[in-house]
Design a protein around this ligand. Structure first.
Ligand code: IMP
Ligand code: MG
Length: 180
């Protein structure tokens, strides 16, 4: 395939395991009546969430939100709108928002602000990828997998115009755009 490899399946697996161990370390006495709630940000986080919930050795529930930032294509735009809300009552729950990649951090910030309004017991942020040199690197997620340099990346849930989500590894699109 005409895409430059960025992270192998092994590197991704190790990053997910590191995240899971860090989460477990923060939950020394898991509460089985009110387990951790992982909130995946659709659609890009769905592969990560599937791997993370299976890697964790403590109970976790899952739910999803969907956010749209205005503007399309390969740049993150300004305003973020939540287009699919949680179905779980998060009041008093320990919540971790799980995103594929944090770049400006605006998507994560908007979703966290929305969830915070329902008064969870705790609210943490997780992203598999954090863009090097981006604002999200200065204010990193509580759980971050891998730092990624410039260039639009796809695979492992991440898309370009809905393509490539099923790639097992993470690859970069050529600078002149995706192959036909
Ligand atoms: P932020 O709001 O600027 O942090 O952007 C985060 C969102 O932009 C992610 O949830 C992705 O949907 C999208 N995004 C940013 N960079 C990439 C990329 O390289 N590949 C795929 N999606 C990306
Ligand atoms: Mg996306």
């Amino acid at each position: 395939m005409d895409l430059e490899p960025r992270f192998t399946e092994d590197e991704i697996r190790e990053a997910v395991a590191r995240i899971a161990r860090a989460i477990e370390a923060d939950v020394p006495r898991p509460d089985t009546t009110r387990p951790l709630l992982l909130v995946g940000v659709l659609k890009g986080s769905f592969v990560l969430l599937a791997d993370l919930v299976r890697e964790l050795t403590i109970p976790a529930e899952v739910d999803f939100v969907r956010a749209r930032s205005y503007g399309a294509g390969t740049t993150s735009a300004g305003a973020v709108e939540i287009t699919k809300d949680l179905e779980t009552d998060v009041t008093g729950r320990d919540v971790i928002v799980v995103e594929d990649i944090a770049e400006t951090g605006r998507t994560m910030d908007a979703i966290c602000a929305h969830i915070a309004a329902s008064r969870p017991a705790s609210l943490r942020r997780c992203a598999l990828l954090v863009r090097e040199g981006g604002p999200a690197e200065d204010d990193p997620p509580d759980y971050a997998g891998l730092r990624v340099g410039p260039g639009f990346v796809v695979g492992y849930g991440l898309d370009h115009a809905e393509r490539y989500r099923g790639l097992r590894d993470i690859r970069a699109l050529p600078e002149d755009g995706p192959p036909a």
